[in-house]
Every structure is written in C-alpha cells, then in structure tokens.
Design a binder for this molecule. Structure first.
Ligand code: P6P
Length: 334
C-alpha cells in the first residue's frame, strides 16, 4: 500500500534537510495548513449558510468585500497568532498591517503577506477561489513589534510562498525555494496529502489567459500581442481568479496577463500578496514572471502594502515570446 505523506510529515522531512533549521518555519507552514482546512470547510458550505453576499464594506483596494473574505482573513490571522511563529500580517483585507502579540517563550521571526480569499467575486456563483500567501523573515529586531520594512521586501526575498485552491478538490501548493509541491486535502482524514510532488510548469501551452473585455483599454502593443495569441490558435481561458488561472497553467502550460488599463494604469493585481507569491511559485516550477515593462516581478521594489503591478506570467517559452514581441514592436515604433 502506498504510504500517504501528509503536509506536516513533508514539512518536517524538509526541515531535516537543513542542519541549521530551528523548526520555526515548519510550524508556521503547519499553522497555514490548519487555517486552510478551516476556510475550506466554510467555502464548501458557503451556499448553505448565510455568509454569502457582499458584506457591505470594501477592502483596502476598493473591492466589494464578500463575507467569506472577512471570515478567511480572521481565520488565517487567528491561526498565525495562536501558532506564535508570525509577528505580523499584511492582508488585502486590511488597510494597515496587523501586529501579532508575541507568544510566551517564542521569538516570532516571520511576517506573512496574504490575499485570504482571491477571486472572491466568484464565491456566489460557486466558481473556484483561492488563498495566496508569502512568508518573509523579519528584518526588524525580534525584541519589538514588526515594522513596515518587514513587509516592503522584494519577492526575491521571500522564504516561502504558496496558494490554496478551493475547487473541485482543495489543494495547497507551496515552495520554500527548493521546488514546488502540491498537497490535496483528504476530507476523510482531514489531512493535506502529497499528491503533486516536484511540480514543473510546461515550457509552453495552448492557452492564454487575459480579460479580453478590456482589449480596447490595453496599450496598442498589448492588443497586437493578444491578436497574435488568437492568430496562433491559442485558446482563451479566464476564470477571474488568479489562483485558478495560474493553477491550470501550472499543469497545462500557458500565459496569464493582467496589463495596465485606463482604469488600472499600474495594473490591478497587488504586488505584495498576489504577484510576488505567485511569481515565486511559478519561477520555482520553471516559469517566468515579468511586468509589461519587461522587468522581473520578483525584483520590483515594494514601496507600499497595496501597490499594484502589471503582470505577464506562465510558461517560460511563452513569456519569452511575449517579451521578444514587445521588444520588436517597440523597436519598430521607435
Ligand atoms: P478582472 C480577483 O479579484 C483578482 O484579484 C484576481 O484573482 C483575478 O485574476 C483578477 O482580479 C480579475 O480581475 O478585472 O478581470 O475581474
């Protein structure tokens, strides 16, 4: 019988590879796994209890907040607080970062950035949603509360990143910088079990993923690139949930684009807790992630918690082709 490997076992085995590991990151990842199970339970029954629908408020980025957004935000913060390995959280749902009080006899060394429920506009229509998280080693002194500088680190400084996709099954995918592994939740035992070891993104694929509804609002070179995707018989797939679109690309290959529009002149997606964690994972799986100025996402300076960025991310050959197209097009324009 194949022995299942649970997320906790896998994390502990991973910790043993590093002689200097202290177990703090191991326990922090475990805390995130617990929160994901709790959120999964509520997402799966959202249609049955009165936590659907817009909560009436809006979040730091001006999006209508669904009640499950609030619930997920609170669950992750509570689990991180109780675990004692995290000293602060920056979240899409919070204007400012939240300082977590130190737990007795623990020096929390990490901060977490997260989108607790990405793609929440899909909740009411039963389409996949996800959680995105990133983990940084704090820069400030462990003796005091976390500071803004602990969060304003580039994506390249992440020590870990991951996502949870609450879909036809619930899968947690994460990387600590040594490859990407996927764990599917087995509800019968309440454990995330290793289901997709050493995930690698295909070099290319047959899909491109962009909100075609904004076509006329994109810059001219982006419209021409999208025309080329269509002329190349690529198929358009766009779910409206970055986690879902990128999870598909992880398996089938493809390219995801959220360029600047007249409404989002710097792009819509947030650099700190959407673009950077997802770019970290995609690069670890062999993919590429740049912005529409052709700069590597993980090297972009982070100046504020809710800073937005354009993004082009996915299979390496397709991102390289897009980059070459834009460089060629711009050269001709000049
Ligand atoms: P649009 C969800 O709100 C999100 O942040 C991403 O998950 C998703 O890719 C994007 O916004 C969808 O935005 O403007 O196409 O609806």
């Amino acid at each position: 019988m194949n022995r299942i490997i649970t997320l906790d076992e896998f994390i502990i085995r991973g910790q043993k590879q590093y002689t200097d590991s202290t177990g703090h990151l191991t326990r922090l990842l475990r805390d995130i796994g617990i929160a994901a199970k709790i959120v999964n339970r509520e997402v799966n029954k959202a249609g049955l209890v009165n936590i659907l629908g817009v909560a009436g408020s809006d979040n730091a980025s001006g999006d209508d907040v669904q009640k499950l957004d609030i619930f997920a935000n609170e669950v992750f913060i509570d689990c991180l607080k109780n675990g004692g390995e995290c000293c602060g959280v920056a979240s899409e749902e919070l204007e400012e970062f939240v300082v977590l009080d130190p737990v007795k006899n623990k020096d929390a060394q990490y901060v977490v950035v997260m989108d607790p429920l990405d793609g929440s506009s899909n909740i009411d229509v039963n389409v996949s949603v996800g959680t995105i998280f990133g983990i940084y080693k704090r820069k400030s002194d462990c003796s005091g509360p976390c500071e803004m500088a602990d969060f304003l680190q580039t994506g390249a400084e992440l020590v870990a990143a991951g996502y949870v996709l609450y879909g036809t099954s619930t899968i947690l995918v994460y990387s600590t910088g040594n490859g990407v592994n996927g764990f599917t939740l087995d509800p019968s035992i309440g454990e995330f079990c290793l289901s997709h070891p050493d995930m690698k993104i295909p070099d290319a694929g047959n899909y491109y993923s962009v909100n075609q509804g904004y076509y006329l609002k994109f810059d001219l070179e982006m419209r021409r690139y999208i025309d080329q995707c269509s002329d190349s018989n690529l198929r358009l797939r766009y779910i409206g949930s970055m986690v879902s679109d990128l999870h598909r690309i992880m398996f089938q290959g493809g390219i995801f684009l959220y360029p600047n529009t007249r409404k989002y002149v710097n792009g819509k997606l947030r650099l700190l807790y959407e673009c950077n964690p997802m770019s970290f994972i995609i690069e670890q799986a062999g993919g590429l992630a740049i912005n529409t100025k052709l700069q590597r996402i993980l090297e972009l300076p982070v100046a504020s918690l809710h800073q937005r960025s354009t993004i082009v991310i996915g299979s390496p050959d397709m991102v390289k082709d897009m980059k070459a197209f834009i460089e060629r097009y711009s050269a001709v324009e000049i």
